[in-house]
Design a binder for this molecule. Sequence first.
Ligand SMILES: [Zn+2]
Length: 230
Amino acid sequence: MSLTLDASRVDSLISFVDRRVRKNGCDHTHRFSEEWAHDESVDWHDLLDILEANGCFCDCEVVLNLPDGEDLETPPMARPADRGNPWLLPPGFVCEPSAVFTKVIVCQEGLGRSTYAMNGELLVPAPKGAKSRRRVRKLVNFFIGCQSGLPSEVGVIRQCEEISALDFARKVAGAGFEELAAFTYREAGFVLSRIASLQPSMAVGTDFADRVGVASRHVELTVHRVIMTP
Ligand SMILES: [Zn+2]
């Protein structure tokens, strides 16, 4: 679905959020925008697409950055259907942008072959078809280091400060690598939820696996524990 907010609703949103932020402050989330969407029966994820497309990544930025006096539409590129599914998330996977995680995947020097990323840097799975900047095995997918852009076949789990799916996605997409630019909170939520129950320092790999269902067959991203043999 796409959403058009006419100018009067845009103004209603801005003044609603403005009042709340003046009274309660901004906690760097969209809690008041989301409250407005709920009150107005506006689809929250559609509204979030509009807000992000206009540089509004929290409530105070809605007040500061959202253009008033004009109709606003969901940006065509922000729609999952238009954007495609470069990481091949399972169909129907849903995640709240505000979902919080406390573990990430980082590179560990010398862990297995094909570890080119820097020691300790954040890793995320490469999207389907991404070209690796170093030679890696073709049999499995690889991770990309968010600082170096270099590949690693394996990573390790590390405990981190609480981070929301949206903040994690912004960090990854903002890293400056073209192949990571389309990484959204949905990809973040998928990857981070896969590793949420793993113990720190466990090794993980990533792949695209065939899933055969009753009516369909598709390929989807996996992030899974790997046992390292010396
Ligand atoms: Zn803010």
